[in-house]
Design a protein around this ligand. Structure first.
Ligand SMILES: NC(=O)c1ccc[n+]([C@@H]2O[C@H](COP(=O)([O-])OP(=O)(O)OC[C@H]3O[C@@H](n4cnc5c(N)ncnc54)[C@H](O)[C@@H]3O)[C@@H](O)[C@H]2O)c1
Length: 343
């Protein structure tokens, strides 16, 4: 069997997530890592030795010019997004894979979206929890029709907004067939977490009206419901769907459970979010999308953009009050406006 074309990859940001990406790219025969970048020379040298990559540079733009990869991956903290999208586009890469959250404001997200679209560069954003067997099982139950007419999708996490909210929204949208959102209302509380590298309100909640009539309910941070079945607090997320004849939900660190039309009581199964399990298919589907434009990656940037808009609409609603209609137009950067409103 023809194994398919090998795509070259350059990775910037060799911290926790850069390493996860490098592990999966290195293990997949469809990819060859041709360049590594980090501003931390020691970390860069260790990664080069670990993955056997000859080319390294502390300057991502220089790396891209030198190695001309098919795929540019960057796993930097949320403050670096648009500049790295720009250098990837200017270097002529075919696809950019980067970390959530996709931006710090709607203005930045729109700029990223337009830059990629005008250059015809594909993108994926790492909402890879969906590859977990428990996440997949809930999707399977929802799609089987065993919940009857789905009227509500929901997700909550005790981790704070810029870490967790786009994950929740991505999976809630997925369980709702990626229906478009019409409007959002939101409310938030507390400014202590604005000093974090993932600057966020301490707590935020939002309601989403989807075009198919389904209601979305999402919450993040201190004050979101506990998930007592899960002991590690980053994994205390519960995401699911309710219908006229039952519900199905995933606990990020605690499997899945459901009651369906035919289950005769609660049914449940295992699963726990595991990077080593979730990253290989996430990476492999990048090759499949590059091979064939019809095999659109489940974590495509277009979908991430729609989820990010919902999160930003929750903030605008908190600041401006009332329903915020989607899609959003450029406006005041949301995080600054929210911090001011909550102070
Ligand atoms: N998808 C997920 O499940 C998941 C999980 C954890 C974190 N994340 C996200 O991943 C991103 C990175 O988080 P992390 O935990 O890997 O951070 P990290 O601090 O471990 O790694 C970031 C790396 O980027 C490097 N860096 C900074 N500026 C750079 C530059 N200009 N050029 C090259 N390298 C640069 C740093 O030196 C560091 O090594 C964040 O946005 C975070 O929200 C996603």
């Amino acid at each position: 069997m023809n194994p398919g074309k090998t795509y070259t990859v350059a990775i910037a940001g060799m911290g926790k997530r850069g390493t996860h990406h490098a592990d999966a790219f290195a293990a997949d025969p469809r990819f060859e890592i041709v360049g590594l970048c980090d501003i931390d020379q020691e970390r860069l040298d260790a990664a080069a030795a670990e993955y056997g990559v000859a080319y390294t540079n502390t300057d991502a733009e220089r790396m891209l010019a030198d190695v001309q990869p098919d795929v540019f991956t960057f796993c930097t903290l949320p403050t670096i997004r648009l500049p790295f999208i720009r250098i990837g586009v200017e270097a002529g890469v075919k696809l950019i894979a980067y970390e959530k959250p996709m931006a710090l404001s709607t203005n930045e997200a729109i700029a990223i979206h337009e830059l990629l679209a005008s250059a015809g560069v594909k993108s994926v954003v790492s909402h890879q929890h969906r590859y977990g067997e428990h996440y997949q099982k809930v999707k399977e139950i929802v799609d089987s029709g065993a919940l009857g007419r789905v009227h509500t999708v929901y997700g909550h996490a005790t981790g704070w907004m810029m870490h967790m909210m786009t994950h929740l929204i991505d999976y809630v949208r997925w369980y709702n067939g990626n229906a478009e959102a019409e409007w959002v209302v939101g409310q938030a509380d507390g400014t202590a977490k604005f000093s974090d590298l993932h600057a966020s309100p301490d707590y935020i909640a939002g309601l989403i009206q989807f075009e198919n009539g389904v209601r979305g309910i999402v919450e993040c941070g201190e004050g979101a419901p506990d998930v007592p079945e899960v002991d590690y607090w980053w994994r205390k997320c519960r995401i699911g769907a309710q219908g006229t004849e039952g519900f199905a939900e995933v606990l990020t660190g605690g499997g899945w459970r459901a009651v369906t039309r035919d289950s005769g009581g609660v049914i449940s199964g295992p699963g726990g979010m595991d990077y080593a399990h979730d990253m290989p298919p996430y990476i492999h589907q990048i090759a499949e999308w590059l091979d064939d434009p019809a095999q659109v990656h489940p974590c495509n940037g277009e979908s991430a953009f729609k989820g990010f808009e919902i999160m930003m609409a929750m903030i605008r609603s908190t600041v401006q009050r009332g329903k915020i209609a989607l899609p959003l137009e450029p406006d005041e950067p949301e995080l600054q406006a929210l911090q001011q409103a909550l102070s």
